[in-house]
Design a binder for this molecule. Structure first.
Ligand code: AMP
Length: 403
């Protein structure tokens, strides 16, 4: 990987810096319910201001209709929160694409980039306007790095200098460590709803892990492939054969995909249904498997105990319903108790980590969902690729200047 341009490489005094942050925070009734993403950016923003830069922040929030202002998706609560945390005034700029009047050492937040027509389409004219706003563009939003949009990709073609922020660099470092140089045994846990959305990651991990633990709705397709009854459980008939192949491939690689010994079922997919623990060979045709059972949890905990590196994506059951959350909670506790280097990511995984209060016991929590998976699948992230291109151009210019 080309070494990206970092803040430390740049002279920022008096420069206007456009920084792409990820302020896609949960907001209910115009109140921010978790400001973790905003807090994470404070050290960098402070550093930029201390270095004498004028700082323009851009971010998206949710999925508004392009070209249409909608208060529900306004970054106004973020501007207020940021101002309070920095103890500074952080004006929210509504019309910003054609230029912003700024004073020295000022910091401003632009209104939701996705209100702009062309943002999600990576429109060239919009990207050029963004590039003209600044002398230095910094991308520090890993969670959007798998999307080529005007504020994550196109802008880097037009800004004079494009660099990677520390949050983005840290994410890439942590994920590269697991992907390229993990301390073994490496145990991966992949849960969630469907095999189809995790197929590539399952195939990629099979080549790297010592143990692959599959859970959640995904395991039902594997159970079916092994000849078990899964009743009315969520499973993907068209992927039964693929699951069977993956199990055979695992065996050939000397690793296993363990099947559960017991599971917790209900008759209806809701929170009120009666939860019954069953041996895996006793599933009835009207059962819905919604969690792993206690014996299976014990087995998984032993496997996790042997790991030196743990990768986790996706819950092991319908953890949103309390009576089907135990398997995911036991897994979270096993990871928390382990001395292994652990890395976890994905929207539902982060929600589970926070529900079971193990945030400070996981070595690295990735902020990216799609970007996290795509990077681990070995795909190139467009926002990182363009920063690599920019870094090559910047280094060539620096060398020419030195001659
Ligand atoms: P994903 O986004 O693919 O990681 O899927 C997360 C979702 O999978 C969560 O909302 C869980 O409720 C759901 N899930 C986990 N286990 C099951 C299961 N056995 N049946 C149906 N959905 C499940």
């Amino acid at each position: 990987m080309t070494i990206l341009v970092k803040l430390a490489d740049l002279e920022l005094s008096g420069k206007t810096v456009l920084i792409r942050e990820d302020y896609n925070v949960p907001i209910r009734d115009f109140e921010i319910s978790s400001d973790i993403r905003i807090r994470a950016t404070l050290p960098t923003l402070t550093k930029l201001l201390e270095a004498g830069a004028k700082v323009i922040i851009i971010s998206h929030l949710g999925r508004p209709i392009a070209g249409k202002y909608d208060e529900k998706f306004s970054l106004a609560p973020v501007a207020k929160c940021l101002g309070d945390l920095l103890n500074l005034s952080v004006p929210l700029i509504k019309n910003w694409t054609n230029g912003i009047d700024m004073t020295d050492h000022q910091i401003v937040l632009c209104e939701n980039v996705r209100f702009e027509k062309g943002e999600t389409m990576n429109n060239d004219a919009l990207a050029r306007k963004m590039g003209r706003l600044c002398q230095v563009y910094i991308n520090d939003a890993f969670a959007t790095a798998h999307r080529a949009q005007a504020s994550t990709h196109g802008v880097a073609k037009y800004a004079a200098v494009s660099a990677a922020g520390p949050l983005l660099i840290n994410e890439l470092k942590a994920l590269t460590k697991v992907l390229r140089n993990p301390e073994t045994p490496l145990v991966a846990i992949v849960g969630g709803a469907k095999v189809s959305s995790k197929l590539i990651i399952l195939e990629t991990l099979l080549e790297k892990v010592d143990q692959l633990i599959v859970g959640g709705g995904i395991i039902n397709t594997f159970l079916k492939a092994a000849g078990y009854e899964v009743g009315k459980s969520l499973y993907e008939a068209e992927l039964v054969e693929t699951a069977s192949k993956l199990m055979k491939q695992a065996k050939a690689n000397g690793c296993q995909i363990p099947l559960p010994i017991d599971v917790i079922c209900g008759k209806e997919f809701n929170e009120e249904t009666i939860a019954v623990t069953k041996h895996i060979s006793n599933i009835e045709t009207d059962d819905i498997i919604m969690d792993i059972g206690p014996e299976t949890s014990k087995q998984l905990s032993k496997l996790i105990g042997k790991a030196n590196t743990i990768f986790w994506n996706g819950p092991l059951g319908v953890f949103e319903f309390n009576q089907f959350s135990q398997g995911t909670e036991n897994l979270a506790n096993s990871i928390a108790e382990s001395d292994a280097y652990s890395i976890a990511g994905g929207g539902d995984t982060i929600a589970a980590i926070s529900k079971f209060n193990i945030e400070d016991k996981v070595s690295y929590i990735s902020t990216g969902g799609g970007a996290f998976l795509e990077f681990l699948e070995g795909k190139k992230l467009p926002a990182v690729e363009i920063l690599e291109e920019a870094a090559r151009a910047w280094r060539a210019m620096e060398r020419a200047r030195e001659l």
